[in-house]
Design a protein around this ligand. Structure first.
Ligand code: F6R
Length: 361
């Protein structure tokens, strides 16, 4: 049942090239988008609220970068347990998006009901027959297949895939994304499963680094731009299954407080593909190194060549378009958490105090 893997989590991480190919095939044709006909027309939407919990919330936080970039629609991302007790301004031109693997998370469902009368409701779910799917105006399945490990892995990358397809549609509807740019993003999308396979090739290298990380009491993750939510996801995954205290920060926030934590006992994982923000992130990384911090840099080969010197370790990812980088860099975040937990001997698939589906408030 674990397909030769030691844990469901390992199996589900390894499945990602296949499940992502299925999700991509469902929503993206050879040269365009293929969203259902009842997907909202984004010319009729002037505000989007995205609501979820945990890892699904971090998928929303990533999608905000995409929707703003392609469609210039204001996006607010909220935690379901907060949203449900607020009075969020919602109008007829507001689209509310709820993201949930299980489709049964109590807070997310309550948040949906909180605005169901007022807003258009779109959900992104894995379980197509779930309460959240049923109570939405439209439910987009992520097609990840059953996820058993409590720590969400393949559901996260499939959520990102669906949300990116949606962001591209928003850009297309609003005439802000040229046909040529769309074609090029679609072509990139089709190369993603192959890149994810290559990223999984870093498995052994990450296992070796994780042995060292497993001795730490605290670990920081840094990222900038669309890598910031992925840094948060790396920290969430790590604390969830290895019980090591971990925090993610926007790289630029470092000097506003967290830099005080830096010392050789606190490893710092820097998620930084060689994109337009790379130099900024690297300069934050150098601030860490100047204070005796030990850095694990997750980047591509160009980034490794430019900034690998002086780091403790480099995890090399394949080249990827900047748009798809958050999906690809979720893989090393998952593998770091997984191997650190294995090195510590914790219960990877059933971490203490956690349930796969949180159906109570
Ligand atoms: C983290 C994790 C949780 C869930 C959260 C939401 O690995 O699994 O943070 O993401 O409980 O669950 P769903 O997506 O089922 O609403």
């Amino acid at each position: 049942e674990k397909g030769g893997h030691k844990h469901f989590m390992a199996k589900e991480i390894a499945e990602q090239p296949t499940v992502l190919a299925d999700t991509i095939k469902h929503y993206i044709t050879e040269n365009g988008l293929n969203l259902p006909d009842n997907t909202p027309d984004f010319t009729q939407i002037d505000r989007i609220v995205m609501v979820a919990c945990g890892t699904a919330y971090l998928a929303c936080a990533t999608a905000k970068y995409w929707i703003e970039r392609f469609a210039q629609i204001p996006v607010e991302v909220d935690i379901a347990s907060e949203f449900r007790y607020r009075s969020p301004p919602i109008g007829p031109r507001t689209l509310a998006i709820f993201v949930s693997q299980s489709g049964e998370t109590a807070d997310t469902l309550a948040a949906l009901r909180h605005v169901a009368e007022k807003a258009r409701i779109l959900s992104v779910v894995n379980v197509a027959e779930s309460s959240i799917a049923r109570e939405s105006d439209i439910a987009l399945p992520i097609l990840a297949g059953t996820e058993i490990g409590v720590a969400s892995t393949k559901a996260f990358t499939c959520q990102l895939t669906v949300l990116l397809a949606l962001a591209l549609k928003a850009g297309q509807d609003r005439g802000m994304l040229s046909a040529e740019d769309l074609r090029s993003h679609v072509a990139d999308f089709h190369t993603l499963p192959g890149r994810i396979s290559s990223a999984l090739g870093a498995n052994e290298a990450i296992a070796a680094i994780a042995k060292d990380l497993s001795k730490a009491r605290d670990i920081l993750f840094l990222g900038r731009g669309q890598m910031y939510p992925i840094a948060l996801e790396g920290a969430l995954k790590l604390k969830e299954i290895s019980y090591i205290h971990a925090e993610g920060y926007a790289s630029g926030e470092l000097k506003h407080g967290p830099i005080a934590l830096i010392d050789p006992a606190v490893p710092v994982i820097v998620m930084a593909p060689r994109d337009t923000l790379f130099d900024k992130t690297v300069s934050n990384m150098h601030e860490v190194m100047a204070r005796g911090g030990r850095v694990v840099l997750v980047t591509d080969s160009a980034g490794a060549k430019e900034a690998g010197d002086g780091t403790t370790a480099v995890i090399t990812m394949p080249e990827i378009s900047d748009l798809l980088a958050p999906i690809l860099y979720a893989i090393p975040a998952q593998l770091l958490a997984y191997h650190t937990a294995v090195a510590k001997g914790t219960d990877v698939d059933q971490p203490r105090n956690l349930a796969k589906s949180v159906t109570v408030e």
